[in-house]
Design a protein around this ligand. Sequence first.
Ligand SMILES: Cc1cc2nc3c(=O)[nH]c(=O)nc-3n(C[C@H](O)[C@H](O)[C@H](O)COP(=O)(O)OP(=O)(O)OC[C@H]3O[C@@H](n4cnc5c(N)ncnc54)[C@H](O)[C@@H]3O)c2cc1C
Length: 457
Amino acid sequence: MTTRRSFIKQGLLAAGGLMIPSSSFANILISGKKDVIIIGAGFSGLAAANKLDPKKFNVTVLESKNSVGGRVFSHEMKNGLIIELGAEWVGNSHERLLQLCDDFKLKLDDNQMSTHLLYKNVYSPAKTWDFSESWSKKYKSLLENYSHLKEKDKTILDQMDWWRYLVNNGCKDRDLDLHELLDSTDFGESIRQVSANSALGEYAENITPESIKNGTQNQMDQKIIGGNRSLAKKIEEKLKGKVFLNHTVTRIEQGKKVKVFCANGKVFEADKIICTLPTFALKNIDWKPGLPQKKIDAINALQYARINKHAMLFDKRFWKSEDFDMITDQLPHYFYHATQKQGGTAGVLISYSIGDKAAVIANQNNETNFKSVQETLRPIFGDVSSNLLQQENYYWGNDDRSKGAYALYGPGQADLMGILQEPFDNIHFAGEHLSENWQGFMEGAIESGELVAEEIK
Ligand SMILES: Cc1cc2nc3c(=O)[nH]c(=O)nc-3n(C[C@H](O)[C@H](O)[C@H](O)COP(=O)(O)OP(=O)(O)OC[C@H]3O[C@@H](n4cnc5c(N)ncnc54)[C@H](O)[C@@H]3O)c2cc1C
């Protein structure tokens, strides 16, 4: 905890241009503790800080924004309803995340959906539509076969995109269109940009016959009551005084120790660094010495998915079922009820679009986007414009720090993760993009942060 005294001391040193926090060299001599600086207070950085044993390490977390949570971005609408502009769903198999919620006494609500379909102007309510029988059978056999694939088969598969793989296996017409609409919602870009190995692996391992039978979708199951960001706030509270907001790291110098410079003029020093930044933010740091060329190449090669969330608060939930969501082949792409289980008559519907569609929507104003939403919904729900109370839009493709929602490993990029994971002297890397089991998820961010914390000796 930062005492008033050390706070003043820090302030004085900062005034001289160099701030060495209380947790520095002198402390190692006295306490034998190592100083660890964690860059980024998203789920990965906070999970790492929470994991490091306070008896062995002095931890400092530096966060560029004025709040914690990163891409977990809960937002309160003007009538008090809480929506997620970033990560939405907690899966029933996201063990680390569920454990942390339990540790911090946070409760979760069911957030499963029943998916309606609007395809070629024909509306099909939930549970009345599916893939063709012949493709369902074939697809099931492909998923079941995944566990028998050898590493070399997976490498070959990784050279191909998911669209090509489906086509090569006989998927066509409506079935192929449905895959494009549904699976691109998961990956955040067209399935022509997704590695066939990533997609097959994800669906084979996460959507098992058991999960379908038990009614759990494994990834889209729950949500933290009060907003997913509550977990970040709880960890921040526990780390009291150790999380420094509005501290954008601009330069990192490695010598005997590592010096971390911030845009606000503060300088910190540590033995080890855990850097949890998405690759776009990593690249903006001035590294001395410079990052190894192969890491730079990997940073340059990795894309992040473009997702736009257009949230609309209505005075009534005209979509009727609480678990309403709907996939469409139109510009607003995917709709879902974002305030399930929150009381009252008003509710928020989010239009969630991906890839090029997201980029088009992001460049229009709310009025234009609402017109397109209204045109899509009119045949099913009639004119709902008089029910609209508020609109909010967030486009992750333009986010200052990540320029995307989550990393998207394209065809032939399976080896990038290992390169990005490699420590660089005293700097260790973590984050959603480096998780082997749950890349693209909050669970992945936590898993990666905790694993790297265990590496620090
Ligand atoms: C639209 C969207 C939908 C999603 N849906 C889901 C979902 O349904 N379920 C799910 O599990 N996951 C979902 N995710 C993914 C999930 O949000 C991420 O995997 C996870 O939050 C990433 O955490 P992180 O700690 O790795 O990175 P971040 O959350 O990005 O944390 C990095 C932190 O570093 C800070 N930072 C950046 N640059 C600097 C700097 N120079 N100095 C200091 N600090 C800096 C950032 O401000 C940020 O707080 C979604 C994400 C988005 C955007």
